[in-house]
Design a protein around this ligand. Structure first.
Ligand code: GDP
Length: 474
């Protein structure tokens, strides 16, 4: 508050007054979050510019793509589902089978993603880390990578807790789903039962008259995997995915490591533009010339277009999975931004990645920039979770839509916190507590966890928050 008042050249008491009017009790030396600073500054006719380590605000936006430069790009696909239902088997089968004959070289390297040709030149890029945790962890870091999610359900089992999680994580991200009902080679397989269970969750598959594409497969034998991939392509075509190969490359880091012989090696996924050998890359807090590039077949390549995963050698460090990368014009510029970001990362407190808390909702609604309240609801028994979720959704008003993006029986897990971080949600625990890991992660990600033992209390508190009546926590 003090610094802000100095910067604006107004008395600090005025800043505090404005904060109070916004329903915030602050002290002189208190650090204000980014959004409050922006609001307060606005009151005094100033605009706040943040230099942020997470956001890409230090990168100048390039010009809009000209429509004639946009060409279709392959979809990027993630495979999710319950443990042991066959995610890895499916990814392995696709990796090893030459889905179309004649593609040069098998996929020999595990680089975090791979791209395969499916039919008449149409390609699909797979993220090679199965599971919704990886998917949502990336999303929590701001990366938006996946165009289609394949959700694998074993036909000899059932829709399991992690199946539900995977579905909810994909839905919360707005990523279309294709279901793969796996292990149909097993005598005990009962695909219709799985479809029924999905229907009960309001995910009606196509042959049951619904809109969700679904394919029965055996990942182990490779049965119908081609048909599954056709459906994925179909789902992708509906989205008309396009990119501009003529611009400088942008994209996301998928994994990185230090290799004894080669130095730092990062797998990046080019999402727009074309990456060339020799480009000056800035990835997270690291930079360097792209000295060499390799594809998932271990072949050296000179350039990589949209939706292409590629291993890059030449960065001066190992960026984190989920970091964006950009191509800059000069070493100097890359070094300056990288250094600035590193400083910002060191000054942890300048982090602007603040998530919503229940106490903040009323204030945000009052200033009109809060339209949706996302909730993750965990509880001890199914009945009370349903009752609580229904009651919470009914609290929606004209100003605020209440969404329950995930609900399930059980302890509050790290996966719940990741989902909340990625979807700016509050976590509600009814008669359950967070695991130690979840609690730690929630602290780090600044996720608000609210625990209740009486349904009525939960409903009342959310209601008060929406109405801006929640007593501020002192
Ligand atoms: P993940 O945990 O979801 O990655 O599952 P995995 O791919 O590791 O598969 C778990 C087990 O199920 C392994 O023993 C696989 O061999 C087996 N499995 C996977 N797909 C099939 C299938 O289509 N048919 C049969 N019979 N077994 C399968």
């Amino acid at each position: 508050a003090n610094e802000l008042s100095a910067m604006m050249n107004v008395p600090v008491t005025d800043v505090i007054d404005v904060c109070m009017n916004l329903g915030l009790m602050v002290s002189i030396n208190q650090r204000l979050d980014a959004e409050t600073m922006a609001l307060v500054a606005d009151e005094f006719g100033y605009q706040v510019e943040f230099i942020s380590a997470d956001l890409q605000e230090d990168i100048k936006e390039e010009e809009e793509d000209r429509p004639e430069d946009l060409v279709p790009r392959p979809p990027i696909v993630t495979v999710m589902g319950h443990v042991d239902h066959g995610k890895t088997s499916l990814l392995d089968y696709i990796r090893h089978s030459n889905v179309i004959a004649g593609e040069a070289g098998g996929i020999t390297q595990h680089i975090g993603a791979y791209s395969v040709e499916v039919e008449d030149g149409k390609r699909i890029t797979f993220l090679d880390t199965p599971g919704h945790e990886a998917f949502t962890a990336m999303r929590a870091r701001g990366a938006k990578l996946t165009d289609v999610a394949i959700i694998v359900v074993a036909a000899d089992d059932a829709v399991m807790p992690q199946t539900v999680e995977a579905i909810n994580h994909a839905s919360a991200a707005g990523v279309p789903i294709v279901f793969a009902i796996n292990k149909i080679d097993k005598p005990t397989a009962d695909p219709e039962k799985i479809k029924g269970e999905l229907a009960n969750m309001n995910y009606l598959v196509e042959d049951w008259g619904g809109k969700y594409q679904c394919q029965e497969i055996s990942a182990k034998q490779g049965l119908n995997v081609d048909k599954l991939l056709e459906k994925v392509l179909l789902e992708a075509e509906l989205q008309e995915l396009k990119a501009n190969p003529k611009r400088k490359a942008t994209g996301t880091v998928i994994e990185s490591s230090l290799d004894k012989g080669r130095g730092y090696v990062a797998t990046v996924l080019v999402q727009n533009g074309t990456l060339h050998q020799g480009d000056i890359m800035l990835a997270g807090i690291y930079y360097g010339h792209v000295k060499a590039m390799f594809n998932e077949r271990g072949q050296r390549i000179q350039e990589a277009g949209p939706s292409t995963p590629v291993q890059v050698i030449g960065l001066n460090g190992a960026p984190q999975a989920g970091d964006y990368f950009n191509i800059l014009d000069s070493d100097k510029e890359a070094r300056e931004i990288a250094n600035k970001r590193e400083q910002l990362v060191r000054m942890q407190s300048l982090k602007t990645k603040k998530h919503i808390t229940l106490d903040e909702i009323g204030r945000r609604i009052a200033i009109g920039n809060f339209k949706e309240l996302n909730l993750v609801v965990k509880g001890d028994v199914d009945g009370s979770i349903e009752a609580l979720s229904d009651a919470l959704i009914k609290l929606s008003t004209e100003q605020v839509q209440v969404n329950v993006i995930h609900k399930a029986v059980g302890q509050i897990s790290e996966s719940d916190i990741l989902l909340a971080a990625a979807s700016n949600a509050i976590v509600i625990g009814f008669q359950v507590r967070p695991s130690a890991g979840a609690r730690k992660l929630a602290e780090k990600e600044e996720i608000d966890i609210r625990l209740y033992s009486i349904i009525y209390d939960a409903i009342n508190e959310i209601k008060d928050a929406i109405e801006g009546m929640l007593a501020p926590e002192i």
